[in-house]
Ligand binder design. Structure first.
Ligand code: COA
Length: 150
């Protein structure tokens, strides 16, 4: 598996990006603002993440996704580790990530990769998404904010 930056003339893998965020408008905005990285093997792209500079020396990891049939094999962890390395190499001092209060697996993965919970953006998903989101039988309402010093 190879993880590389998407070239400017390549189309971002929208289908994969939408697995991490149901809003096409928000995904498109992230892709325009940030740098998109893909995981591929034999020219098949099955993983993606986007890094967006937010504040001075701070970058946010957004839209991390692995194609459903490739999950549970450690690719998500490799993508998070890759994002941390790219952020370090880019001179950033802090990397942040946000996920839903109902995203149990993601909260496990990010904390295993060294992120700590630093806050909760209450009602974030109620304010920004028109449709109700349920995962693991839990109503997704709040965004859990996580961060890691680099
Ligand atoms: N309970 C306990 N541990 C869990 C878990 C759960 N419900 N779900 C995942 N994990 C653990 C795994 O056991 C693994 O840890 P380990 O390597 O120590 O065993 C770790 O989390 C990550 O597994 P990994 O195989 O590297 O992840 P993946 O390739 O399946 O990808 C996602 C993870 C989140 C990227 C993938 O599920 C995905 O694309 N989801 C849809 C998009 C999405 O929600 N993106 C995030 C938006 S915030």
């Amino acid at each position: 598996m190879n993880i590389r930056k998407l070239n400017r003339d390549e189309k971002p893998p929208m289908e994969l990006l939408l697995l991490a965020d149901p809003s096409e408008v928000i995904v498109q905005e992230y892709v325009n603002r940030g740098e998109c990285f893909v995981a591929e093997s034999e020219q098949e792209i099955f993983g993606v993440y986007v890094l967006i500079p937010t504040r001075p020396k701070t970058v946010e990891l957004v839209n991390i996704a692995v194609a459903e049939s490739y999950r549970g094999k450690g690719i998500g962890k490799q993508l998070v580790d890759s994002a941390i390395q790219k952020a370090k190499a880019g001179g950033f001092k802090t990397i942040e990530i946000g996920t839903g209060n109902s995203s149990i697996g993601q909260l496990v993965l990010y904390q295993k990769c060294g992120f700590r919970i630093i806050g909760v953006d209450l009602d974030f998903f109620l304010r920004h998404y028109p449709e109700e989101i349920y995962e693991n039988g839990i109503h997704c309402r709040d965004m859990i904010r996580l961060s890691q010093d680099l």
